[in-house]
Design a protein around this ligand. Structure first.
Ligand SMILES: Nc1ncnc2c1ncn2[C@@H]1O[C@H](COP(=O)(O)OP(=O)(O)OP(=O)(O)O)[C@@H](O)[C@H]1O
Ligand SMILES: [Mg+2]
Length: 277
C-alpha cells in the first residue's frame, strides 16, 4: 500500500478536505465585475455554415438566464463553446474576468466550475439515489478522498439537503434505474450540484417530463437561482414563463432580443422567427 492510500484509508486525507487543492490548474474565478460568463462576437462555422454568428452574451453571477430560439438557432452550439467541446473560429469567451475558455480543455473547464446537464442522464442506474449523490460528492476533486472513506456528518447533511431540494427524500434507497424520467433528471441535476459548479448549463431540462414534473422542475430552478448561476435552454414556453427573469433570444447564431419575457414576447423579430409560428 502506498503512503497516500494508507492515509486515505485511515481518513487523514479526508480530514485535510478542500485544503488539498492544487488541481484547479486554471486559477481562481474572478467575479469582481459580477460577470460570470462573457461571450463576445463568437462565431462557429460548420462547412461554411455559420452556426454561431457574432454571438455576444454576458451573464451575471447568480442569474437564472433563459435562452430560447428556433431549432438550429445555435443554442446547443453555444453550450458546446462554453464547455470547450467546440472551438470558436473567432470571438472571446471568458469565465469570470480571467479564465479564457477558448484556451482551456473540456476537463479544465469542468474543473474550473462549469457544469453541464445533457439530456440523457449519466447517473449510475445500478446504484441507489443516495449512492449516486455520495459518489458525486467523492468525485468532487476539491474534496480528495477515496471511495472507501466513511461519510462525515456534514457530508450526510449535504446529501440530505440535496435530497430535500430535489424532493427525493423518500427515494434515497431506490435504485436510480427505477426512477421515473423526471426523477432521473432531478438526480442528474443534484449530481452536478454536488460538485458545486459555479455555472450550470441546462439544455432542454424538461423535455419528456410530465406537466407535474415540469412544474416541480420550475420550483427547483427558482430555489437554485441566486445560490447558483443557471443558463437554461428550453422550448417549453409555459416552463420558461414560470422561471423567466432575463430572457435571451437566439436566431441564426445571433442574439436578436434580450430582456424580460413580456418584452421579448412583444418584439416583432421574435414573433416572426419563433413565437408567432
Ligand atoms: N457538429 C456539427 N456539424 C455540422 N453542423 C452542425 C453541428 N452541430 C450543429 N450544427 C448545425 O448548427 C446549427 C445550430 O445547431 P444547434 O444544435 O446549436 O441548434 P439549437 O438552437 O440547439 O437547436 P434545437 O432547438 O433544435 O436544439 C444547426 O443548423 C445544426 O445543424
Ligand atoms: Mg439544441
Amino acid at each position: 500500500m502506498t503512503p497516500s492510500t494508507a492515509a486515505a484509508r485511515t481518513g487523514d486525507l479526508a480530514e485535510s478536505g478542500p485544503a488539498a487543492l492544487g488541481h484547479v490548474v486554471t486559477g481562481e474565478l474572478d467575479l469582481s465585475h459580477r460577470i460570470i460568463l462573457y461571450l463576445d462576437d463568437i462565431s462557429v462555422s460548420f462547412d461554411g455554415f455559420k452556426a454561431l454568428n457574432d454571438l455576444s452574451l454576458s451573464i451575471d453571477a447568480g442569474e437564472l438566464r433563459c435562452v430560447i430560439g428556433p431549432n438550429g438557432a445555435g443554442k446547443t452550439t453555444m453550450m458546446d463553446v462554453i464547455t470547450g467541446k467546440t472551438r470558436p473560429d473567432a470571438g472571446k469567451a471568458f469565465f469570470g474576468q480571467t479564465l479564457d475558455l477558448t484556451r482551456m480543455s473540456e476537463s479544465e473547464i469542468a474543473n474550473a466550475g462549469i457544469g453541464r446537464k445533457f439530456q440523457k442522464p449519466t447517473i449510475f442506474a445500478d446504484h441507489t439515489v443516495f449512492e449516486n449523490l455520495e459518489l458525486a460528492m467523492k468525485a468532487d476533486r476539491r474534496v480528495r478522498r477515496t471511495l472507501f472513506a466513511k461519510l462525515a456528518g456534514d457530508e450526510r447533511d449535504r446529501i440530505a439537503e440535496m435530497l430535500r431540494m430535489i424532493r427525493l427524500q423518500d427515494r434515497a434507497d431506490r435504485l436510480a434505474g427505477l426512477l421515473s424520467h423526471g426523477e432521473k433528471q432531478w438526480l442528474e441535476i443534484a449530481v452536478l450540484l454536488m460538485q458545486q459548479p459555479k455555472l450550470l448549463l441546462l439544455d432542454e431540462p424538461v423535455a419528456g417530463m410530465t406537466d407535474d414534473e415540469t412544474e416541480r422542475t420550475a420550483e427547483l430552478f427558482l430555489e437554485l437561482a441566486g445560490k447558483h448561476t443557471l443558463v437554461v435552454v428550453e422550448h417549453d414556453m409555459a416552463f420558461i414563463a414560470k422561471i423567466a427573469r432575463k430572457v435571451t433570444v437566439l436566431d441564426e447564431g445571433h442574439v436578436i432580443a434580450e430582456g424580460p419575457l413580456d418584452v421579448v414576447q412583444q418584439d416583432p423579430k421574435v414573433i416572426e422567427v419563433y413565437l408567432g409560428r
